[in-house]
Design a protein around this ligand. Structure first.
Ligand code: MN
Length: 270
């Protein structure tokens, strides 16, 4: 295992001794309660920098803005807003705001809502962590599953607990942790794999106030399959779900299979 950092005794660092540097972002925007709870929870661990979108960017996936200039607004010491996507925020943070500094951990969230199963592909929250992994940094994405209102206390404590652990133990390069926290008080935590769900009504057709046809994507309640060991099952059982994701999406087992299968020799390419 390629350990990223070792911070033995991280709880007992003393003033003047190098403190870990944590970068925080999200997709719900700089002013969302979720990121504020996360920042407050991480402050005791080291020097916390925030570079976050200036408005909601949920479900923007891993989009990078290349077609227009980006604005960076300093909101206070170590606090920045970007008029772009979560991935833009990580790119600007590492390539400009923190250029030349060693970033020890990137934490994204706390998202207002779950990011489980195939939804990780749409999630801006997960993509900020994914971008950090692409840049070779350890990263954690934290999401709170919707319940009655939004109570970020447990999710924030779990984020700090995991951040401390990753700072101390490191993480294999190219790995990020996707964490979902159930509503209410978690019964415990489980290491999981991504599950599977589908939306019952993919597209809803309607009419806008001017009488023109319009469409909403993602309507209806999603139905998930109870597959043992998955994030959905952990959350349904009241557990925090921790899923390691990998930057390299190559399907290595399938690659070997395709290489050995007849019919896939590519020398005969027309
Ligand atoms: Mn969001």
């Amino acid at each position: 295992m390629n350990l990223v950092r070792d911070y033995t005794g991280i709880d007992g660092y003393t003033a003047g001794v190098s403190r870990p540097l944590l970068l925080v972002s999200n997709d719900d925007g700089f002013n969302s309660p979720g990121i504020q709870a996360l920042v407050a929870a991480l402050e005791p661990l080291g020097e916390v920098w925030v570079v976050a979108p200036d408005r909601e960017n949920s479900a923007v996936s891993h989009a990078l803005t290349l077609s227009r200039p980006l604005r960076l607004v300093e909101a206070g010491p170590r606090r920045y807003l970007v008029d772009g996507t979560p991935t833009d925020c990580i790119a600007l943070a590492l390539g400009h705001v923190l250029k030349g500094r060693r970033v020890d951990l990137v934490v994204s969230g706390i998202n207002h809502g779950a990011n489980m199963g195939d939804d990780v592909h749409y999630s801006g929250t997960v993509s900020a962590a994914f971008e950090a992994a692409v840049q070779g940094l350890p990263a954690i994405a934290v999401s709170l599953v919707a319940g009655n209102g939004w109570e970020f206390g447990h999710a924030a404590r779990i984020a700090r607990w995991l951040a401390r652990r990753v700072l101390r133990l490191g993480m294999p390069e190219g790995t990020l942790l996707n964490v979902n926290v159930p509503p209410g008080t978690p019964r415990g935590a489980a290491l999981t794999r991504l599950g599977k769900h589908r939306y019952t009504e993919g597209v809803i057709e309607g009419t806008d106030p001017r009488g023109k046809r319009c469409y909403w994507i993602g309507g209806g309640d999603p139905v998930w399959e109870r597959i043992a060991g998955t994030d959905f099952v952990a959350i349904a059982d009241g557990l925090v779900s921790i899923t390691p994701l990998q930057r390299d999406m190559t399907d290595l087992a399938r690659l070997e299979q395709l290489r050995s299968e007849s019919g896939w020799e590519l020398e005969g390419l027309p």
